[in-house]
Design a protein. Structure first.
Length: 246
């Protein structure tokens, strides 16, 4: 269990202490705790930002160690944290290692689809996911970390031509300016994704990447931006210089 007094003492001492989640936690996009930003499954690690303790008594600002994603943690959930025994250390994966692990990623998404689920903005803890949350969690289950949001994932992967799509590649949709949706290619022109209520299936489903698809598939096809291949596992910013030096 962690207290506000302990957090403040660590910050005042300039100690970059990491904390481990003892349970699944919700992180929000503002201290008002109105809108979910992301979730952290039990076992993940986080840091409290130096500016994280403010006058907002109900929340503290943190950043998740595995993907550098920020959010606001309800103060009442501090008892679900403990000081991490060791700092988080990312595992470097080669492109060939990642390719060998893709069957696990594909299997995870199908397993997730088989469970009753609905679309949840910010969802990364099953059974309910948003689009990029499903991708991040499926890859993490195979020991591969991706950035959190769809536009971040698009910037992270190796761009590929649609004609070169293989199972396990990511397909991106959105506006001309930004990716707002992502799915996982299954092969045979099909992809699996968690889509919302407005134009999707309100949960995880499989669609065809074609202008001749059903109404849902057509809606996303009109927003198709491109595709990319995961060839690396995400390294947190504070570990990138260490990796280059080694």
């Amino acid at each position: 269990m962690v207290s506000l007094v302990q957090l403040q003492a660590a910050i005042d001492a300039g100690q970059p202490i990491e904390y481990q989640c003892l349970a699944n936690l919700n992180l929000y996009d503002a201290p008002s705790l109105q809108s979910l930003a992301t979730q952290a499954v039990a076992g993940r690690q986080l840091r409290v930002l130096p500016e994280g303790l403010t006058d907002h008594k109900q929340a503290i600002q943190v950043v998740l160690c595995e993907d550098d994603y920020p959010g606001w943690l309800p103060t009442e959930d501090l008892d679900l944290l403990e000081v991490a025994e060791v700092p988080y250390q990312a595992i470097v994966r080669s492109a060939s290692e990642i390719r060998d692990r893709l069957p696990q990623v594909l299997a995870y998404t199908r397993m997730a689809m088989a469970q009753p689920n609905h679309y949840l903005w910010g969802g990364t803890v099953g059974p309910n996911y948003d689009c990029s949350g499903l991708m991040q969690t499926a890859f993490a289950a195979a020991g591969i970390w991706l950035p959190r949001d769809a536009y971040q994932q698009e910037a992270f992967v190796q761009p590929i031509d649609l004609d070169d799509l293989q199972s396990g590649d990511l397909i991106f949709f959105g506006t001309p300016d930004r990716a707002t949706h992502v799915g996982l290619h299954l092969g045979e022109n099909q992809y699996i994704h968690s889509s919302g209520k407005d134009q999707g299936r309100n949960g995880i489903g499989i669609d065809v990447l074609s202008a001749e698809a059903d109404a849902v598939g057509q809606a996303y096809y009109r927003q198709l931006r491109g595709a990319g291949r995961v060839v690396a596992s995400y390294l947190p910013q504070n570990q990138r210089s260490e990796t280059r030096e080694n």
